[in-house]
Design a protein around this ligand. Sequence first.
Ligand code: BGC
Length: 258
Amino acid sequence: MSQLSTGLGIDIGGTGIKGAPVDLSTGEFLAERRKLPTPEHSDPATVARSVEKIVTHFPEAADAPLGITFPGVVHDGVVHTAANLHKSWVGTDAIALFSEVIGRPVQVLNDADAAALAEARHGAAQDTSGVVLLTTLGTGIGTALIVDGHLVPNTEFGHLEIDGHDAETRASSGARQRDGLSYRDWAQQRLQRYYRVIEDLLWPTLIVVGGGVSRRSEEFLPYLDIRTPIVPAQLRNTAGVVGAASAASRGREGLSGH
Ligand code: BGC
């Protein structure tokens, strides 16, 4: 495996932790991804052990740059919010933690930001100028903003307060499952309101919908009546892993869309 063009990406989510070696020039996985459930007690030490298990599953990528996503705000490696993981993450220096447990340098970034970097390089937001909003619909709602190819990191529009609720508690894919809604009802009763509010605030050029549920986009996107073009992510649920690997390979400047 050529180390120059390989990165190892790990995507930590509210329900699963996934990883794979990535061909950085194409954005494709070089081996079948490894997935473990997010530990029920999702404190930093326990999650770090799961991440380490995934890293050691790919000895062929032992020297590849390692990038890890986190489902919360991350500034210079320090976690500031953890809506869907154990609260003891808040204040944790995730770069220090992971590099100590895994024994090699790591880059850590927000999960939706990683997905957006991948979609901008290899997927649905390639060559799109203006303001692209990526939303990931999963356990929560992650958002990322790409402006003329540059990432504006750590946007948290999944937590907009809409009709008195934290938006992700009504419109995420997790909320759909919790409330037993069909895809159509979810689109019409929850997503419609969410995307209308956000397009009125940001006036994006394009909205890209990621997260595992994006593979079923034809079951809910057609029911949305909004002015902004809205398309499924092209990398579907691999975008977080691909973006993590590519951010790691580019060091700190990797946290920009170019
Ligand atoms: C977090 C975001 C994250 C999103 C998706 C939200 O609850 O605040 O930082 O991107 O979930 O995991």
